[in-house]
Write a protein that binds this ligand. Sequence first.
Ligand code: 5GP
Length: 116
Amino acid sequence: MTYDPQNIFGRILRGELPCHRVHEDETALAMLDIFPQSRGHLLVIPKAPSRNLLDADPETLGAVMPLVQRLARAVLKATGADGIRLAQFNEAPAGQTVFHLHFHLIPVYEGVELGR
Ligand code: 5GP
């Protein structure tokens, strides 16, 4: 399995397509998911070109996980959610649809079913 730079997140990272950006630094971009499973559903996308967790280099993971934690805390506070789900899929049979490594941060609200 190889990395195709024409994937949609690669294009967003290069500024070729728009997004609702909530954070960006040298490591990663965080944006709202276009089809959110709940209010405040974020995607955290490392800038390094990996297809998913299976081919990501440890440096990328080491740099992005503290950001995922920071954003999880910030999203929880900003949305007033009761919990937050971290999700990440690797290859199509596992549910991956965009083939650039990303992490879902999905706020969970008590008594509210996740969408989709
Ligand atoms: P996956 O199943 O690959 O983990 O999830 C890909 C996610 O990307 C889905 O939740 C989908 O809604 C989201 N997505 C797909 N295309 C776009 C897009 O063009 N912009 C944004 N913001 N999200 C997208």
